[in-house]
Design a protein around this ligand. Structure first.
Ligand code: ADP
Ligand code: ASP
Ligand code: MG
Length: 436
């Protein structure tokens, strides 16, 4: 089995959906096609939810109607027979009538999740109908029947494996189409795997079925050595190890959802990143093989908050760090970077939902300082312990930028630095010229 995930831009218009139909069916192997919503749709659905949340029914309705119009245009361009044009139009009408029904009902997080799920449900149904019109046999699998997360928001693998296999065995097919991003939570309610989560869906499905390969088709020819949104002339990397790719995804390389490498790594399934707009380009192959040594890529993660706890009690004491970590455990908030001195500890978080509670609890241990609007710059490569010179190159590149924290030696794949977000682009540029 091969898993092929196509992102928002890859299914962003009728023409692109036709192109995906070709790429999705180009192998003679059984394939599961995992689709994102069409580009811009999830943002529009978020906007609709925000209006509903603020009881602005008029703007919500206007936004729903505008989005519906754009989908009617897609249907007109996608199908060539009146039979399938009608089916497509009916499909869109059903989804948008459903969306409009929320303007009349109470609005809570439950309704919000149901609204956010519509983008993937529509794109997958459109591809399914298009392949049917072309006479290409395919089966639509409903992710809400098999994709499930547990109370810790982790994939519930026993449930996923059992139900996905059951769905597949019910309909023998060479091509299955399903939705990325959407799932059910531990209570059976509609939920999702967070923004950009279709990559994660593909990886989870690949791991659940022990697939031969997981392909992530997007709008760029693989993982680049720096963030192409800020830096010119970045270049794609041919190979990365799972560990290197996981660090880059976790620390801000938007091309992959932060959690998406782990399922593939655990199941040892290669992940290939490919460009829909340039299918002949080599792309990036992520596997358990480490190819070159040295620095390979740079990424940056924003919205980081740093917390410093200063305490005389820490001096020569044991058990202090445990108490500090317990506070973060209580509030299910994960820590990204840590540095310690004899009397202080600094650590970073990206989820500030419980920041006030965390600060209050930490005050029992000492003086607490908080700084927000920080970014982690992550330099990824294969830094074997006896290698030298990397530190000096990095510090030289950042000689004009204040560095708040440094993490080196935690793993042999990552050197991380914490700086102000205002300095991020400057830091990425200087590191780019110094390191590559
Ligand atoms: P999709 O909609 O297919 O999931 P995304 O927009 O989520 O696509 O991810 C692709 C984008 O990620 C690229 O267009 C690029 O701007 C951005 N990106 C950020 N960092 C990197 C990187 N290191 N390599 C490649 N792309 C990156
Ligand atoms: N459609 C969702 C989003 O825009 C998931 C994804 O594209 O991966 O975040
Ligand atoms: Mg994405």
């Amino acid at each position: 089995m091969i898993i092929k995930k196509f992102g928002g831009t890859s299914v962003g218009s009728a023409e692109r959906i036709k192109n995906v139909a070709e790429l999705a069916t180009s192998d003679s192997k059984p394939t599961i096609v995992v689709l994102s919503a069409m580009a811009g749709t999830t943002n529009s659905l978020v906007e609709i939810c925000n209006y509903l949340h603020n009881h602005n029914i008029e703007s919500a309705t206007e936004c729903i109607n505008n989005l519906e119009k754009s989908y009617i245009k897609v249907v007109e361009e996608l199908f060539s027979t009146s039979e399938f044009s009608e089916k497509g139009t009916q499909l869109i009408k059903n989804h948008f009538d459903y969306l409009r029904s929320f303007t009349l009902s109470v609005f809570s997080h439950k309704e919000e999740k149901a609204i956010l799920a519509q983008g993937e449900l529509i794109s997958s149904s459109l591809l399914h109908l298009y392949l049917n019109e072309k006479g290409i046999q395919n089966t639509l699998l409903h992710a809400l029947n098999f994709m499930r997360i547990n109370e810790d928001l982790e994939p519930n693998y026993p449930f996923i494996v059992e139900n996905l296999k059951h769905e597949i065995n019910q309909n023998s097919s060479e091509i299955y189409i399903t939705q990325g991003y959407i799932c059910r939570n531990a209570y059976g309610e509609i939920d999702n795997l967070q923004r950009g989560g279709s990559d994660y869906s593909a990886s989870i499905i690949g791991a659940a079925l022990n697939a031969e390969e997981i392909q992530i088709w997007t709008d760029i020819d693989g993982i680049h050595n720096n963030d192409p949104r800020y830096i010119k002339n970045t270049r794609p990397l041919d190979y990365l190890s799972f560990d290197e790719a996981a660090e880059l995804a976790y620390f801000g390389a938007k091309i992959l959802h932060p959690a998406s490498v782990t399922p593939a790594k655990v199941a040892n399934i290669p992940v290939r990143l490919k460009n829909t707009l340039q299918p002949e380009a080599k792309g990036t192959l992520i596997s358990n093989i480490t190819i070159q040594k040295g620095i390979k890529a740079i990424a940056a993660k924003d919205n980081i908050t740093v917390i410093k706890i200063k305490s005389g009690r820490m001096l020569l004491a044991y058990g202090f760090l445990r108490k500090v970590f317990e506070v973060f455990e209580t509030y299910k908030t994960s820590i990204d970077m840590i540095t310690t001195s004899e009397v202080a500890i600094s650590l970073t978080i990206d989820n500030t939902t419980y920041l006030n509670n965390i600060i209050e609890d930490l005050r029992k241990f000492g003086h607490v300082e908080v700084d927000s609007d920080m970014s982690i710059i992550c330099i990824v490569g294969d830094f074997i312990t006896d290698s030298k010179g990397y530190g000096s190159k990095i510090f030289n590149a950042l000689k004009d930028i204040p560095i708040r924290m440094i993490s080196y030696g935690g793993s042999k794949h990552n050197i991380s630095l914490l700086i102000k977000t205002d300095d991020k682009i400057k830091a990425l540029k200087s590191l780019n010229s110094e390191l590559f």
